[in-house]
Structures are given as C-alpha cells and as structure tokens.
Ligand binder design. Structure first.
Ligand code: SAM
Length: 460
C-alpha cells in the first residue's frame, strides 16, 4: 500500500487492514449474510387485521416497526447521497415478510434511484432487479450492490493514487460550466484523479471508483451543501466553504476506505439494472417479479437530473452533453415549452380532471406538469404490472403534495391508476415523514410532502 494511502489510513477510523481482514479471513470469500435474521410476518398480519377491521389506512411508524435509527450506516446505504432516498426500514420490513417473498425470490424496483430496495433485497438473500432513468442513479446502485473483494479495491486504490499526474489537464464535457462550480486547483486535481481512475481500473472496480469519485464531486464544488440541486455559495459562506474543503485526493481516499468497509457487508453477487425507463414493456422471456417495491417520482417535486448534474458532467453521462435530453426521460419533469402545454389532452380520471382544470386557471404550466405526470405514470403502471407475477405483490410508497397552493392527492390518483391496470389494494398504511432532509419546498405554491402512503397491491 503506498505511503499516501497509509498516512490517510492511519488517520481514518475505518482502516483498510481492519476492513480487509473482515472478508479475507476465510478464503475464498464466503457469502456475508445480514447479521440479523429479520422476520416481520407477525407484524404484517396484525396490520392486515387492523386494515380489514377499519377499512381505512392504518397509521404506522416504520422506524419503530424496524428498530434502526434514521441515517443508520447499514451495509452500503450511505455509500452516496441521492435526492428523496427511500427510508430503508420500509423495504427491509416488506422484503422480510415471507408472505410476500422468500429467499431467492425476484424483487424489482422500477424507480430504483440509488438502490435502497436492491440493497435490502440482496441482504435478505433475494434476487434484485432495478431500473432508473438517471444514469448516475444506475451507477450508484450498481456500485452499492456489486460485491468486490477488499484486497482488490485496496490494490486498485494504490495504483490510482501512485499514478496521479498533477500536471495532467483533463478534457472536460460542456454539460456544466466548470468555472462556476470549481476552483481552478480543485478542477485540475479532480481531472487528474479521474484520468488515473480510468487508466488503472476496469469493470466493477471502475464502477466502484467512479461512484466514489462522484460522491466527492459535490463536496468539492462551491455549491451549497444543504441543497440537493447545485446553488453557488456566496460571500462569507463561500470563503468559509473554500477554507474547509479538503483536497480531492484526500477526500477520495477517505470515501474509498469507508465505502470498501460498507461493501464488505454486502453478500456476494450483484443486482441487475434491467433498463432505463419504468415504462418499457416486458419483453418475451424476461424476469417476472414476485415482489415489486418502489417509490415513484412526484409531479415537479424532485429535480433528479439537476441534482446529479455535477457528477453527470464529470463522468460524461449525458448523451451529447445535454442534460435536457436526460430530463426528457424523467416522469414528473418541469421543463416544457409553451407550445407543448397549450393543447393538453384531458386526463381520464374524473377527479384529476377537475383538479387539473382548477390548477390550469391559476397556472397552465403547473397543470401541464401534473397532467403529463399522470399520463406517464399510467404508462409506467401498465409496464410495471406486466412484470409482476400472478398473485405477486406491489408496494408503492408515495405522498400527497400541493400544486399552486391546492392539495394534489397524488396517492389517490396513483391508487386509481394501478387498480385500473388490474391490481387490487390489500393493505394501506400511513407513516409521517420526520426526517427526509432532501424533501425541500420547491416553489412558493408547492408544499412539502409530510406523510407517506404505503400501498400494497396484489395481482389477482
Ligand atoms: C423517489 S426517487 C427513488 C429513490 C430510491 N428509492 C432511492 O432510495 O434512492 C424516484 C426515481 O425515479 C426515477 N425516474 C424518473 N422517471 C423515470 C422513468 N421514466 N423510468 C425510471 N426511473 C425514473 C428518478 O431518476 C428517481 O431516481
């Protein structure tokens, strides 16, 4: 291990050697199982009984049902930040109910984001499949769910660090304006680091290293760390931030060491990202899921591509370097030209039509965003249901929001959309969102989402 890595390792509480011995003590590396065997069948039965008796959603607190504190560093969940991550307690609970899935069952998340459901599926010994429109999300999810021996990561880190040429000037995409987001020094060291990563690694190790690199990018930029979408810091906040910014290599080594320790807690094997759009129809002979768990996007709620733009720019993940082309794939997107929303076709759900008409009288663009969202969720529902086995369950986690100061009951619409596509509701739960740091108020007339509906459907 080279001197630089060793000196950082000595300062880090998660030393490489301790990490390496965890999984290399017994060779060949054995399947590392979740240390606790969870089983929530009894709790599920009690919830089902309460739902049957009342016929209305049952209030739950998933943080009490699954006693893990919020923000817990479990396996690879904290590998990389991502907007509106799903509370891990929710998939952990449902995946570990034998009624819904058994070891080796197929679990699918069509809006898998950074892979929270996929990680829990693998930890429970299930097979994990995902899809997401954001290329950065797919990279993070792949890195979090692909087991790599710690010795291999350690050797690759040595090679990367010893081969960095500080005078190397990386070619850079035009996706983002580098001068706005990075100091000259940071920009050059990030370029030299990425060049060395790509020169010295391939395959799964390259994916792991690029995801770690991405995890450093926003922290090293001059954007406000409290916001998910990049917003440049100003004045005193900017000066303070620059003074406290570590060097690119120092931060990268720390991130690699910490993520290597996290990855050591994942079982051998990996999740498969099967496509890039939840609306993609099932092809002949492809997988059918026993259980689908997902938290879909909201209408105009999260700017996933904007939030990922600094990493997308560095890693060259946008086709033709244009973020707009990636945004077009996103359900819930906000950018439309006027010509697109002057001729809206009416959405088929009567209740939605009334609400959309009221929103349209206040703000035609907001009405168009909501209308397109419902139409595209309807297309996604059709494709998602086709990927579910007969008698299989689908669990949707979704909240209601406000549009133009009016309640927009997304969960009601989503329920109707999925029942129209052939599913029956067998359970509905409501949990208060107490700490979703990235759920920010988006514009003056859009409220924050405060309660999550967890709706369980079955294909009968
Ligand atoms: C609420 S987030 C999911 C977060 C995820 N559960 C996690 O824990 O990281 C919704 C995701 O839907 C994705 N998305 C939006 N439109 C999509 C589409 N057409 N097909 C697949 N994914 C899409 C977004 O990129 C985003 O990652």
């Amino acid at each position: 291990m080279n001197e630089f890595v060793r000196s950082l390792e000595a300062r880090s509480s998660l030393g490489f050697r301790a990490v390496a011995s965890d999984i290399t003590g017994a060779r060949p590396p054995v399947r590392v199982r979740d240390s606790k065997e969870w089983n929530f069948d009894a709790e599920l039965q009690a919830l089902e009984e309460a739902y049957e008796q009342n016929g209305s959603p049952v209030a739950v607190n998933f943080r009490s049902l699954v006693p893990l504190g919020s923000g817990v560093d479990r396996a690879t969940h904290l590998f990389h930040s991502y907007p509106a991550k799903l509370l891990l307690n929710i998939p952990l609970f449902f995946i570990n109910c034998n009624k819904y899935s058994l070891p080796n069952s197929v679990i699918y998340d069509p809006f898998s984001g950074s892979g929270t459901v996929l990680v829990e599926a693998l930890l429970a010994g299930r097979r994990a499949f995902g899809a997401d429109a954001n290329p950065l999300a797919r990279l993070i999810a792949a890195a979090k769910t692909t087991h790599i021996n710690a010795d291999v990561i350690s050797a690759a880190l040595d090679a990367i660090v010893s081969d960095i040429d500080p005078f190397y000037r990386a070619p850079f995409t035009t996706t983002i304006k580098k001068d706005i987001w990075f100091s000259e020094n940071t920009f050059h060291s990030l370029g030299a680091l990425l060049y060395s990563i790509r020169k010295n690694t391939t395959g799964d190790v390259l994916t792991f290293m690029e995801a770690c690199f991405s995890s450093c990018v926003k922290r090293l930029s001059v954007s406000d760390p409290r916001l998910s979408v990049p917003v440049r810091l100003k004045g005193e906040a900017l000066s303070k931030h620059i003074l406290s910014t570590p060097t690119a290599i120092e931060l990268f080594v720390k991130v690699v060491v910490a993520n290597c320790a996290r990855l050591a807690k994942m079982p051998a094997g990996c999740a498969s990202m099967i496509h890039t759009d939840a609306r993609q129809e099932q092809a002949e002979g492809t997988i059918q899921a026993d259980l689908i768990i997902t938290s879909p996007p909201y209408a105009g709620a999260q700017k996933y591509i904007r939030a990922s733009s600094l990493s997308i720019g560095w890693l060259g993940l946008a086709p033709s370097d244009r973020l707009r082309d990636l945004e077009k794939l996103n359900i819930g997107r906000e950018h439309f030209c006027k010509s697109e929303f002057s001729e809206d076709t009416q959405f088929p759900l009567t209740k939605a039509r009334e609400i959309l008409a009221k929103i349209r009288s206040i703000n035609p663009l907001r009405a168009h965003i909501a209308n397109v969202y419902l139409r595209e969720m309807n297309d996604a529902a059709h494709a998602i249901v086709s990927r579910l086995k007969q008698h299989g369950h689908l669990i949707l986690v979704i909240g209601d929001n406000m549009i133009c100061g009016r309640p927009f009951p997304t969960s009601q619409f989503i329920k109707e959309i999925f029942t129209n596509n052939g599913l029956s509701i067998v359970l509905e739960l409501i949990d208060d969102i107490r700490s979703r740091g990235l759920m920010t108020k988006r514009n003056k007339t859009a409220g924050t989402i405060e309660r999550e509906h967890v709706i369980v459907f079955q294909k009968r």
